[in-house]
Write a protein that binds this ligand. Structure first.
Ligand code: ATP
Length: 206
């Protein structure tokens, strides 16, 4: 089984990295890929460039062989729709189960994503707990796709919705950007190497 965690990673932090590592182990994934969203379609364009966000991601997982970066969205023009990313990964992995991990905040916005129902044609969606968010109540569509046991994910290539709790780290990229803009120290919320890079490049200062 292959897993992906998409994000703007503006910047990447321990909430992303810890969740990624945990799900790699819980689901015994052969690979967990962090997919950098080049041009997120559902929000303002990130304040840091794609190149800077990719560099920070690279620094963050430098010594972590369990995590990989997937930069395919950087090679497409236009908005980075997740459905296109899943299609393109699906073409490469044949019928292997593919798990798309999203936090509860992202799940609550899922029905606004481009062709959101088609996501289930290509992958399972696994919703991860995140502090301060509770999942939206499940529509008939979501209930139809709901898996009760995580073994159901391994038995199908795509199409299931599953909820997984992970260690709760109340960290967000927004909070980190705000701390930097206010000249506070966000140390221990993200890898030191990433923070050093942010300071060198003078990112997120107002
Ligand atoms: P921002 O504050 O800029 O919105 P973010 O911290 O939410 O950023 P994203 O890059 O947007 O980070 O998140 C990528 C994915 O990781 C999303 O699915 C999001 O829900 C999930 N995620 C982010 N932070 C956490 C966390 N602390 N715990 C669990 N999941 C998280």
């Amino acid at each position: 089984m292959i897993g992906i965690l998409g994000g703007t990673f503006n910047p990447v932090h321990y909430g992303h990295l810890r969740s990624a590592l945990e799900v790699k182990e819980i689901f015994e994934l052969t690979e967990l890929r962090l997919v950098l969203s080049a041009q997120p379609p559902h929000r303002d364009q990130p304040t840091a460039s794609t190149e800077n966000r990719l560099k920070m991601l690279t620094l963050a997982i430098d010594e972590q062989p369990d995590l990989k970066i997937d930069d395919r969205e950087l090679n497409r023009s236009g908005p980075s729709y997740m459905v296109d990313t899943l299609k393109s990964i699906r073409d490469e992995i044949d019928t292997q189960p593919l798990l798309l991990f999203i936090g509860t905040d992202a799940f609550n916005q899922l029905t606004h994503w481009h062709q959101w129902q088609a996501l289930f044609d290509y992958a399972h969606i696994v919703v991860l707990t995140r502090p301060n968010y509770t999942p939206q109540s499940l529509s008939v569509f979501f209930n139809k796709h709901l898996a009760k046991e995580h073994t159901e994910l391994a038995q199908n290539s795509a199409g299931k919705l599953y909820f997984q709790s992970v260690r709760q780290l109340d960290i967000s990229a927004t909070a980190i950007r705000n701390m930097i803009a206010e000249h506070k120290n966000p140390g221990f919320l993200l890898p030191d190497k990433v923070l050093t890079y942010i300071r060198q490049q003078q990112l997120y200062l107002r």
